[in-house]
Design a protein around this ligand. Structure first.
Ligand SMILES: *Cc1c(COP(=O)(O)O)cnc(C)c1O
Length: 452
């Protein structure tokens, strides 16, 4: 219990504009202030212990309280707190991290550009992709296709390529030459098709859009392997290989936004590995440092990197903290932990299947229309009527209620619309998975009772 909690909340209300919040509402209710984390649990200022089934914000993959990460950061700060990577300079850990990411990334994605976040990474993507075509005498090949309800971050380029209408409404987005297609969401949109049939049809929307715009106008397609923020939409297996085929056919660059899926979330290093496709470019962040410090990395294949290097001239793009040495040692230690503790193998072979089994059991609850999960990324679709694939009329109310009930039961789940989202630290144990199940079931019961 923090002694001055009310005072803190008053200061917060007076001075702190929160991202992704209804700030008027927040001022009335008072902010929840988190004070400590250990493994899969966090504590708030009132002393409540909460199972964090959302890993901070899809990012704390190795769990909270890793002393070796803190030690690595402290050591680097003492030795060389900062130096930039502009003007033919860099630092030792930055180089080691670039080489490590090149080794982990699929196929010939061997070239890394560092950023501070996923949003910045996608700004980098937009500029690099357009530059790539422009220096090959195709400046008109500049359109980027994303998906409605996709999330690619909150900067101007990220929010433009993303397809959140509520975000477009603030700030005059999207910027020109960004187009969107409908996302693959079988639960809502699958109709009478089989999942695999539907995956192909949903991917072919990309082909139709490319033909409508003209292949010589389309620079790239960007998508999250699994769409996170909108509600963990897991596409059918047939979707991504078909997207890849279409991109190759029309020479459209394929960008995989791996900000959530990267670094083990699905049990594989990247979502592209999970679905078996090879992008030209990947945006990564979040799990790169397990959220211990901000850092992102955009990873390019040989073709794109070579054109940019050999024909691109001086790159007039970069961030002061691109490749920050303290962030780099944190990322390296985070990856060392993922490898040494065999966390991905454990997710694939042990805890992941167990989590999937228990998560599927939740589908038996009367309020749950679908339980979807891939690796350690899942959602429950709350519905008014189990026998039909449809949503509540006042979408979002029941999800928010369930989230509140979960907090009351010591569990953090996120809600988007009426999807309850799951993304725990990858180190979650079988015992904690049982705790997750019990608390989720109880919260579903309470929610059902409250709306009955
Ligand atoms: C979180 C997220 C981003 C943005 O990353 P930030 O670090 O918040 O800027 C981009 N893409 C996806 C898929 C994300 O989930």
């Amino acid at each position: 219990m923090v002694a001055n909690l009310q005072q803190l909340q008053a200061l917060d209300a007076a001075h702190h504009i929160h991202p992704f919040n209804d700030n008027a509402d927040l001022v009335k209710k008072g902010t929840r202030i988190l004070t400590r984390g250990e493994g899969c649990h966090v504590w708030d200022a009132q002393g409540n212990k909460l199972l964090d089934a959302f890993a901070g914000l899809w990012c704390v993959n190795v769990g909270y309280g890793r002393k070796s990460i803190a030690a690595a950061a402290a050591k680097q700060m003492e030795q060389l707190a900062f130096y930039n990577s502009f003007f033919q300079c860099t630092t030792e850990p930055t180089v080691h991290l670039a080489a490590k990411l090149a080794a982990l990334a699929p196929a010939d994605l061997n070239h890394v550009f560092f950023t501070n976040s996923g949003s910045e990474g996608n700004d980098t993507v937009l500029r690099m992709v357009r530059h790539f075509w422009a220096v090959q005498d195709k400046p008109e090949k500049n359109i980027i296709i994303g998906r409605y309800n996709g999330y690619h971050g909150s900067t101007v380029a990220g929010a433009s390529m993303g397809g959140m209408k509520s975000m477009h409404a603030q700030g005059g987005l999207p910027i020109p030459d960004i187009h969107h297609i409908e996302p693959p969401f079988f639960f809502e949109d699958g109709g009478e098709h089989s999942e695999q049939e539907y995956g192909l049809l949903a991917a072919q929307r990309l082909e139709a859009k490319i033909l409508e715009l003209g292949p010589d106008r389309v620079a790239a397609f960007i998508g999250e392997p699994i769409m996170g923020a909108i509600g963990v939409y897991i596409p059918p297996r047939s979707y991504w290989p078909e997207i890849e085929r279409i991109c190759r056919k029309y020479d459209v660059l394929l960008v995989s936004d791996e900000v959530i899926c990267g670094y083990g979330r699905t049990g594989e290093w990247f979502g592209a590995d999970y679905f078996g496709f090879t992008p030209d470019i990947m945006t990564t962040a979040k799990g790169l440092t397990s959220g211990y410090i901000p850092m992102g990395a955009v990873i390019f294949n040989e073709r794109v990197a070579r054109v940019l290097r050999d024909k691109g001239g001086e790159l007039t793009h970069g961030y002061t903290y691109s490749g920050h040495p303290v962030c780099a040692v944190v990322a390296l230690e985070n990856i060392r932990i993922l490898e040494e503790e065999k966390i991905l193998e454990n997710c694939r072979e042990n805890t992941g299947p167990y989590l999937a089994q228990r998560w599927q059991e939740l589908a038996e609850h009367p309020l749950v229309g679908e339980a979807r999960i891939a690796g350690m990324l899942g959602a429950l679709e709350l519905v008014p009527d189990k026998s039909a694939r449809r949503f509540f009329e006042d979408r979002g109310k029941v999800g928010a209620l369930c989230r509140t009930m979960a907090l009351g039961n010591g569990l953090i789940l996120r809600a988007t619309n009426d999807s309850m989202l799951l993304s725990p630290p990858l180190v979650i144990t079988r015992k904690e998975i049982d705790e997750l199940f019990d608390k989720t079931w109880m919260s579903l019961d309470e929610t059902a009772k409250a709306i009955a």
